[in-house]
Design a protein around this ligand. Sequence first.
Ligand SMILES: Nc1ncnc2c1ncn2[C@@H]1O[C@H](COP(=O)(O)OP(=O)(O)O)[C@@H](O)[C@H]1O
Ligand SMILES: [Mg+2]
Length: 336
Amino acid sequence: MNDSVPAPAVPALSVRDLRKTYAGGAGKGGVEALKGVSLDVAPGDFFALLGPNGAGKSTLIGIVSSLVNLSGGSVSIFGTDLGRNRSDAMRMIGLVPQELNFNMFEKPLDILVNYAGFFGVPRAEALVRAEEELRRAFLWEKATSMSRTLSGGMKRRLMIARAMMTRPRLLILDEPTAGVDIEIRRGMWKTLKEINAAGTTIILTTHYLEEAESLCRNLAIIDKGRIVEQGPMKALLAKLDVEGFLFDIDGQLPATLPQIPGATLLAQDDHTLDVEMPRAMDLNRVFAALGDNGIRVRSMRTKSNRLEELFVRLTSENVDKGPSGNGTPAQPEPVA
Ligand SMILES: Nc1ncnc2c1ncn2[C@@H]1O[C@H](COP(=O)(O)OP(=O)(O)O)[C@@H](O)[C@H]1O
Ligand SMILES: [Mg+2]
């Protein structure tokens, strides 16, 4: 056995007790958008921040990318504290905002080269990078077309290509695929997977569970300004795959409960049985095993699953209202 433990890597993003209250109007208390959020994203990870509209996703991303001032807590990017060393921290980040915000009357090549120039990349180097990024985004053929003429999917990929021009170690995308059709989404997923495989840490916000599932290794779920769940995608899906029931029993439960392979039985009191079982399992098996042990079920109800309820909200709230819902999006604030 090798018991030398490698030193833990410095997180790509570390957020501690992050708080944000947007100032309200005169006499109003303001909106508490983040209520003490802490999370770590490992270098190389593909991380999803999943949450319903108004959860605080854009606020969190806005703070990390210095567009929004924090009210409390701390942020560090690869060990560099954002508050103490903003420009160094910022240099490591590439941001893809939700709204298309390039000049539609510029050509993709110019958009990329000018962007890099703004960040101090010499023109010759910027041209090399631009070709590389445009090829990766399947946009090389369109390098000198007017951006306005690009398809929706191409415009989205151009946003990603632009963010990559500074060679960020951490790429952050705010709902990159909200409101785009599945074909375009798949194309973007491919590009993002490639970028991640090449070593860039990626964080994206989404309200599509499917998107998080097919892209991300780890995720945090945020709701009403708090992290309500955090961990590997796989562990989360396993949790969702379990169903819980409460059985009301005729008479009293025996001291020793029967063993039912795959299910977990727990006496809540002497006539209420708490049963958790995989969704795929046949309930009749549980009834049969209980019957064999002289336990008669009088009635049953489903135990509500907090996580599942949240996912229902994640998906249903966005059906009618569109990707941005009716919540106020986080607006960039002037940074002091
Ligand atoms: N500039 C702002 N001024 C006031 N309230 C805001 C502003 N931006 C966002 N909010 C509020 O903060 C909460 C979180 O919003 P946001 O971070 O945009 O959530 P999400 O991106 O998850 O939809 C919401 O209640 C929203 O209305
Ligand atoms: Mg948002």
